[in-house]
Design a protein around this ligand. Structure first.
Ligand SMILES: [Zn+2]
Length: 255
C-alpha cells in the first residue's frame, strides 16, 4: 500500500478529465506544486463539497500511484474558502491570475515554504478587503523574487550608482535599469520614474506584515504594474491567459 501524502494545500487550477473526473493542481506546504485526480468530482459535487474550487485552502490527503500514473485525491477538509474574495469579481480575477502565475513559475515536488506563506497572505488580504490591484502588485513583485528573478531596483546597471533625476530606463532582459546619466538619448522603452523604483524597492525588501501601509499614487501603481507584468511575461516567455480577464476589469471599473 503506497503511503498517503498529507499537507495543507491551495487549489491553484482544475480541469475536467474524461467523463466524471477532474485533475486538480495544488500548491502544498510539504511538496510545493502537486497534481491529483479527483475521482467522480465532475459527476457528483457532493463527493468533495466545494473543496476543489479555486483558491480553497484545505487539508489534503492523496494516495500516490502504485507504479506510474496520477496521485488520487483521497480526502479534503476545507480550512478556508475565502468567501468575501469569491464574491467580488475584481478579487476573483486577480486571484485567478496569481494562481496561474504560481502554476507557471513552479515545478512539481519543489516546495518553497515562503511561496506558500505568500499565497496565504495574498488570499487573506483580498478576503479582508485590501485593494486588489495593489495587493496583486505586491504578490507579483515578491513572486518574481522567489522565482529567482528579483530585479535590481537600487543601482544603475552601468555606473553602479543610485539614480538621480526623474527617470531611469528599465532593461527587462538584464533585470535592472540604466540611469539618466548613462542612458543614450532616444531610449524610450520602459521609462520608469524614481518614485516607482522606490516603491518597488520597498515592496521587494519589506516584510509582509507592513506592506499594506505603503502608499502609492495611481500613476506609480500603474507604472509599477506595467513593469512587473512585462518582467513576468519576459521571463515566462508568454502572456498568462488570465491577463485577458484582468484587462477586461480595467475597462469595467475604469481604473
Ligand atoms: Zn548610470
Amino acid at each position: 500500500m503506497p503511503e498517503i501524502f498529507k499537507s495543507p494545500a491551495f487549489v491553484i487550477s482544475g480541469q475536467d478529465l474524461g467523463e466524471s473526473d477532474r485533475l486538480i493542481t495544488f500548491y502544498t506546504m510539504a511538496r510545493g506544486k502537486v497534481r491529483g485526480i479527483a475521482k467522480g468530482a465532475k459527476r457528483s459535487r457532493r463527493r468533495f463539497v466545494n473543496a476543489l474550487e479555486p483558491f480553497t485552502m484545505l487539508n489534503l490527503s492523496m494516495v500516490p500511484p502504485r507504479t506510474t500514473g496520477l496521485n488520487r485525491i483521497d480526502s479534503t477538509e476545507i480550512l478556508d474558502n475565502f468567501p468575501l474574495l469569491r464574491n467580488k469579481i475584481d478579487c476573483y480575477v486577480m486571484a485567478s491570475l496569481c494562481c496561474e502565475l504560481v502554476n507557471l513559475w513552479t515545478k512539481e515536488n519543489d516546495p518553497q515554504k515562503d511561496l506558500f506563506k505568500l499565497l496565504r497572505w495574498y488570499l487573506d488580504s483580498l478576503n479582508e478587503g485590501f485593494p486588489p490591484r495593489k495587493t496583486t502588485l505586491f504578490f507579483k513583485t515578491l513572486l518574481l523574487a522567489l522565482a529567482g528573478y528579483a530585479p535590481d531596483f537600487d543601482l544603475c546597471l552601468l555606473c553602479k550608482r543610485p539614480p538621480i533625476g526623474n527617470h531611469v530606463v528599465f532593461k527587462l532582459h538584464a533585470g535592472g535599469f540604466i540611469c539618466n546619466e548613462c542612458r543614450k538619448s532616444g531610449e524610450k522603452t520602459h521609462k520608469i520614474s524614481l518614485g516607482t523604483l522606490k516603491s518597488l524597492r520597498h515592496i521587494q525588501n519589506g516584510s509582509l506584515d507592513s506592506l499594506h501601509r505603503l502608499t502609492m499614487t495611481d500613476a506609480v501603481l500603474e507604472e509599477a504594474w506595467s513593469l512587473i507584468k512585462s518582467l513576468h511575461c519576459h521571463h515566462l516567455e508568454q502572456v498568462p491567459a488570465s491577463y485577458v480577464a484582468v484587462n477586461g476589469l480595467k475597462l469595467e471599473i475604469g481604473k
